[in-house]
Design a protein around this ligand. Structure first.
Ligand SMILES: [Ca+2]
Ligand SMILES: [Ca+2]
Ligand SMILES: [Ca+2]
Length: 406
């Protein structure tokens, strides 16, 4: 827990325009890593981080496909987990958990620090459900916290078990507000009266009224550069003007001699006018952009899940056999990253690289970023940067130099 981590993959060095940033960030991160972990956890070493790069810490590990993260006012975390992907109903393992460091020792592993709010929520793996040849787990997904204390959780449990649920501060899960299709990413309108939905199956962005459940499509996304479906995966509101930033993950490309799962560089983040639905490019040249966040100054944070495809799986592959050979399983593992772009989409700064299949990003009130990693069947053997390893769901925190800290 709390280990300071510097992610640097050698191929990044080839990207000369960003290499200097990454290298300086990593060396700075290592220096900061020598600081007292507890001080780093408490964010009390603010003066010492003035000139250094991002500090990356693992705050939660051993999870089953962590997805949406909410940071509560007291610094505790609510985390949605999509589960293991075992879709036998008696084995459903999707859940929502409250992680609170009650003894303030910098971890969430002490007695009573993990309180499960909801469990036994549906989970499935796309390998069997859609014979996708990829190890991809669905279940509880994105998570929001309303100013009135309610949580909103999107669930994609397979077999059309999709929904958007309101969860009371007393842990009661209400009926679904919408079940029209997959809602991979959700975000509040600035006044919290409505929720925007990134609908990957419909290739659309919609808006839902919390009061009466009225649903309206804001825009539909057309094909990307190679003719593939856009597959909106993440959505965020620009706090300056209410624009929506939407991560278009990109779908499969059918060629005469076969299917390409995705084409590196074809994924984008677009900016959508919430009134007119007009779409303009925000960040181009991405690969599997899966989530996005925007800060008060309009800077755009983008999560790319993987840099390439690798080792597609046979649909009959036993994902739960711990003795299988280490295979990537559709996506090149440990090649995800988090970048920050200027409001106009320029000036890329890589904040974290070499991440294992990150899926979700949350910008906390103190300016730190929480990123969920380790998509796929928990414990499945995979190739790692230092040899064979296994899939582990984690939440990392990225603290930026100069950001507010509590
Ligand atoms: Ca603790
Ligand atoms: Ca402890
Ligand atoms: Ca999200």
């Amino acid at each position: 827990m709390n280990r300071q981590t510097c992610f640097l993959q050698s191929f990044v060095v080839a990207l000369s325009s960003v290499a200097v940033f990454v290298l300086s960030a990593c060396f700075a991160s290592q220096r900061t890593g020598n600081a007292d972990n507890d001080a780093a956890m408490e964010g009390s070493d603010r003066g010492g981080t003035a000139q250094v790069g991002p500090v990356i810490e693992t705050v939660l590990t051993g999870l089953d496909n962590p997805r949406g993260v909410v940071v509560l006012p007291d610094g505790s975390l609510m985390v949605a987990e999509a589960g293991t992907g075992n879709d036998a109903p008696q084995e459903w393992s999707g859940k929502l958990t409250h992680f609170q460091d009650t003894n303030r020792d910098g971890d969430f592993s002490d007695e009573g620090e993990r309180v499960i709010w909801l469990d036994h929520l549906p989970t499935y793996n796309a390998l069997q459900e859609y014979t996708s040849r990829r190890d991809e787990v669905g279940g509880p997904g994105d998570l929001l916290r309303h100013t009135d204390g309610h949580l909103y959780l999107s669930v994609d449990g397979g077999h059309e078990r999709v929904g958007l649920y309101e969860i009371s501060p007393y842990k009661h899960m209400g009926p679904s507000l919408s079940a029209r299709g997959n809602m991979n990413g959700i975000t509040f309108a600035r006044d919290h009266s409505h929720i925007y939905l990134a609908e990957s199956t419909a290739n659309a962005l919609s808006i839902l009224s919390i009061e009466d459940g009225e649903h309206r499509q804001v825009t539909h996304f057309g094909a990307l550069a190679s003719g593939q479906q856009s597959v909106p995966a993440g959505v965020a509101v620009d706090p300056r003007n209410g624009d929506l930033l939407v991560a278009l993950f990109s779908g499969m490309v059918w060629l005469e001699d076969g299917v390409i799962p995705f084409i590196p560089g074809d994924s984008v983040v677009v900016r959508v006018d919430p009134e007119t639905g007009a779409i303009e490019d925000a960040v181009l040249g991405l690969t599997t952009a899966i989530d996005v966040a925007v800060d008060q100054d309009g800077n755009i944070y983008v999560v790319e899940m993987s840099s390439d495809h690798a080792d597609p799986l046979d649909p009959a592959h036993d994902l739960f056999d711990p003795d299988q050979p280490p295979l990537h399983g559709g996506y090149l593992r440990f090649s995800g990253r988090v970048s920050r772009y200027a409001p106009d989409g320029g000036d890329q700064l890589v904040l974290a690289d070499g991440l294992d299949m990150p899926t979700n990003i949350t910008l906390a009130p103190d300016g730190s970023l929480y990123v969920s990693t380790g998509q796929g069947t928990p414990n499945r053997p995979i190739p790692g940067p230092d040899g064979p390893t296994r899939i582990v769901g984690e939440v990392i925190r990225i603290r930026l130099p100069g950001a507010d800290s509590r």
